[in-house]
Design a protein around this ligand. Sequence first.
Ligand code: HEC
Length: 441
Amino acid sequence: MHYRIILLLLFVNISLAYTQSIDFHNAVQPIVIKHCTPCHSKKGAAPFVLETYSQVASKAKMIASVTSTRYMPPWKANPAYRHFANERLLSNEEIATITKWVNTGMPEGRIVLQKANNLTHNSAKEKPDLILKMPTSIKILGDNKQHYFCYKIPFTIDVAKPVRAIAFVPGNRKRVHHASYQIVETTPKANIYSLPHYFEYNTAENNIDDMRGYNFLNLTDSNETEAPRLVFHTGWLPGTSRHVYPPGVGFTMPVKGVLLIRNLHYAAAPLEEEDQSEVHIYYAKTPIKRVLEFAAFKPKNVSNVIPKDSVVSYRLALRMGSDMSLLGINPHMHKLGTYFKAFAITPSKDTIRLIEILNWDFNWQEFYRFQHPIFIPKGSYINAEARYDNTERNINNPNRPPKDILFEYGNMDDDREEMMRLIFLYLPYQKGDESIDLCGF
Ligand code: HEC
């Protein structure tokens, strides 16, 4: 009797599996458009396009492999610790669908009638209101060395504008490694359009500090009566999505100023190449009521060397002096990093989980956006732990054999120096912030 039931069930399962046809157009393309095309498009961060049947079918085996190992789409934050608004994760069903499609010979199926623009991901449809492009391209030497530049893109607009989203778009996707950039308002008299537009760090203008850098790029007027004003600061790293904020939140684009790429880092390569990157700005329809704030934390009083052949952890614990609403978080380490975790302990001893990264990968970093603002009450402690593996076992260790590595020294060299940064994007807390939806815009 038992046997019969089991056999019957088996039969039902098998017949179901055969009647459900998984073909490209009805099952696979919607997954690809939603999860892959945002990067695997003509202007995206990935090296090839995934959109049409032939593009996907020609890489099918590799796609099945990178999705089932969860190497793609890249997402490093542990979803069991916290979910985020900009999370890029395939569900188990979606992975199974792709695998099954590949294993059953990649049937194409019938093209579902749809308008061409349904094939484009939403974020690619929106046109920026202002594109700030580097006025001239930078020559990046092919000397197998990393290069660091500071670059200004001057702008003047008719009236100050509220900004709700901003994105860095690298020109040379192979060489641009990361960029930290700012909007700086200058005085009406500052001669921002004059040369030079940029300088390279570690050259004649070595160790330039803020003010000298501003003067060198002519961001101050000749009398230097008024300093330029920092309006907004953020960054781009491989994997970073567009920065976008809820209604009423953002910053105001001044009438005159520069987009200052404070630190534009190019990867080492054997061939000389050029780059002309740009920043896209999206205006809001309503004025900005709450201006975004940034804070960067690093550990204090710690050893400034990570000895070779050692695994070390650095911790930071900071008391917050006022109520804040956390909108986003960005952990940062270099190539020895393996693990990162941050959480808050409130004055009433509640633990608020912020982020955990189990397998840190320098190549995939992100400004993680919370699904709702996280209320951090005054008097809370922010705790963070960063782990570094300076042994040969760490496959990302740039030095073989391992070498002593400086910690928080200020040289900005990813291969010879480590750092630990916890960056918060936040607003001063207002009642009801917890219920703002940060996903649906
Ligand atoms: C956030 C951007 C991003 C998203 C989203 C993304 N990719 Fe990628 N993908 C990249 C980049 C950049 C590379 C090249 C660097 C690398 O291989 O690590 C890449 C590489 C690949 C490779 C080549 C891997 C190899 O070993 O050479 C495959 C295959 C791939 N992606 C498939 C996908 C699929 C399938 C999806 C969607 C399910 C997807 N990717 C989503 C950015 C992305």
